[in-house]
Design a protein. Structure first.
Length: 329
């Protein structure tokens, strides 16, 4: 397909971004910057997952776009199981438009347009270490879908749920190896930073930081294991929604033991590896057992819809930032 072929296909198409894509093709240097996937066909489900994830990300970094979410909806609704891609890049490297074509016909299924590079948060302030330039380069790489099949797998977020010493970290280490997953174990970070102390305010911040790392890893296509209790259903719902927003799947693992077996394991761990844990009384264990929201079977297998966010919060993302603050108060 040539730029002229793409122009003809866009002329017959509809959508919010079509006119912007046509304008990009009419620019004098369009032929120098047009790129085409030719006969490379990409599964539609993968494109939907990837661009749904990117739709949220472009808002976060201040990228002005047209038709982004509409393109995701159109791809999700199409009957084509695979699609081809075409587009035009700007001189600075960011894609001006991305067009999703039917696999065997010059029909436009969806299109999106980029109106410029990411906006500087405050044009009046300096750009330390070229951070804005790095964001432009990162956006170019993110928007122009690589055709390497290995970079397009749908990542999985593994959530370990359970009370202390029920087997979460053992399972997380196994998943780390078997699933090539990034393991984020909170206790290791708290121990490294605070030693014998275990301040609750620091725990919340560390959990939040690990979640941010995990979500970024998912965005890059890597599997992730969040390895701490997640006793609250709201916590799990927030993470399920965050993963869904990034086009990732979620697998939840729930671990439980009888109080006697839990006590036995805790005592053994305290005796053999005290540097990995903290003393826990029977009263604390009983209190925590009463506090945990045991996940339902539907929550564990993913068949249960994600709850709406609690009252007072418009989105789960807003609730997540409240639950896991960015710094110690």
């Amino acid at each position: 397909m040539t730029p002229d072929d793409l122009r003809r296909a866009l002329t017959e198409a509809q959508g919010e971004a079509v006119s912007t894509c046509l304008a990009a093709l009419d620019e004098p240097d369009a032929r120098d910057h047009a790129y085409f996937a030719n006969d490379d066909r990409v599964p539609t489900s993968e494109l939907v997952a990837i661009y749904r994830r990117r739709a949220g990300h472009v808002d976060d970094i201040g990228l002005p776009t047209v038709g982004f979410r509409e393109a995701v909806h159109r791809m999700a609704a199409t009957s084509h199981t695979t699609l081809r891609l075409a587009g035009v890049e700007g001189e600075s490297g960011y894609p001006k438009c991305v067009v999703f074509l039917a696999p065997d016909e010059p029909d436009v299924v969806a299109a999106l347009a980029v109106l410029g590079p990411p906006r500087r948060p405050d044009p009046g302030l300096p750009d330390p270490a070229g951070a804005h330039h790095q964001r432009v380069e990162r956006m170019s790489a993110m928007m122009r879908l690589p055709l390497d099949r290995g970079t397009m797998r749908q990542p999985t977020l593994f959530l370990t749920v359970g009370l202390p010493s029920t087997g979460k970290t053992t399972a997380a280490r196994r998943l780390e190896i078997e699933q090539s997953a990034l393991r984020l174990t909170k206790d290791e970070w708290v121990k490294a930073l605070y030693g014998h102390e275990n301040p609750p305010s620091a725990q919340d911040v560390i959990e939040g930081r690990l979640i941010q790392i995990g979500l970024r890893a998912l965005e890059l296509g890597n599997n992730v294991v969040i390895d701490y209790g997640l006793w609250g259903r709201d916590e799990r719902s927030a993470l399920r929604q965050a993963a869904a927003d990034l086009g990732a799947t979620v697998e939840m693992r729930y671990f439980e033991l009888t109080p006697a077996e839990q006590r036995k394991r805790l005592d053994q761990r305290q005796a053999e590896a005290p540097h990995t844990t903290w003393p826990m009384s029977d009263e604390e264990l009983a209190e925590w057992a009463a506090d945990i929201d045991v996940p339902t079977p539907g929550e564990i297998d993913g068949s249960e819809p994600i709850d709406d966010p609690p009252a007072g919060f418009a989105t789960w993302d807003e609730w997540r930032r409240h639950r896991w603050p960015p710094s110690v108060a």
